[in-house]
Design a protein around this ligand. Structure first.
Ligand code: GDP
Ligand code: MG
Length: 163
């Protein structure tokens, strides 16, 4: 079985963009509208024959538990719970939101190895973005700009080191 890495985060933080950068595909639907990705979407991140893992792009977690948004949130949780490593993706431009706090709470319950990934650091102060999320208490924090592939190779190295 290939190791499984789950991308988890609220809508619009760049999970699908990161998924595409990791799998070098256009499989995941990237859109300006929050909540475009409804289902789990699997792909393979392959460096070479020995080093590869499966990535699952989960739908945005929309907060309310009713209807489609609720189903999507449950899918995301299921994906996180079966993952060998969770990449908790947040938006470095917007900083922590109430929804990020909620996700953090259930991620702690899921108790899977988790790395905080601060995305969208292109053109912003990386240290300021890091300090905004310092209260989340993660030992492992990566800063990336998925749409520019910035930091994505380091992220792959970090993921592989932890799998
Ligand atoms: P998802 O809902 O978490 O899957 O987010 P998407 O991947 O669909 O991205 C949401 C929006 O953020 C899109 O408009 C992306 O182009 C944009 N985006 C993603 N990554 C970055 C980044 O590194 N920097 C910037 N500036 N925008 C990004
Ligand atoms: Mg998406």
């Amino acid at each position: 079985m290939l190791p499984l890495v789950a991308l988890v985060g609220r809508p619009n933080v760049g999970k699908s963009t990161l998924f595409n950068a990791l799998t070098r595909s256009r499989d995941a639907l990237v859109h300006d509208q929050p909540g475009v990705t409804r289902d789990r979407n699997y792909g393979v991140c392959r460096l070479d024959e020995e080093r590869h893992f499966v990535v699952v792009d989960t739908g945005g977690i929309a907060g309310d538990e009713e209807g489609l948004a609720g189903a999507t949130a449950r899918q995301a949780r299921a994906a996180a719970e079966e993952a060998d490593l969770v990449l908790f993706v947040v938006d470095g431009r917007e900083g922590p939101s109430a929804l990020d706090d909620d996700i953090l709470r259930w991620l702690r319950k899921a108790a899977r190895p988790t790395v905080l990934v601060i995305n969208k650091i292109d053109g912003i102060d990386e240290e300021a973005a890091r300090s905004e999320f310092a209260r989340y208490g993660f030992e492992d924090v990566l800063t990336i700009a998925a749409s520019h592939r910035q930091g994505v190779d380091d992220l792959v190295d970090e993921a592989l080191a932890r799998l």
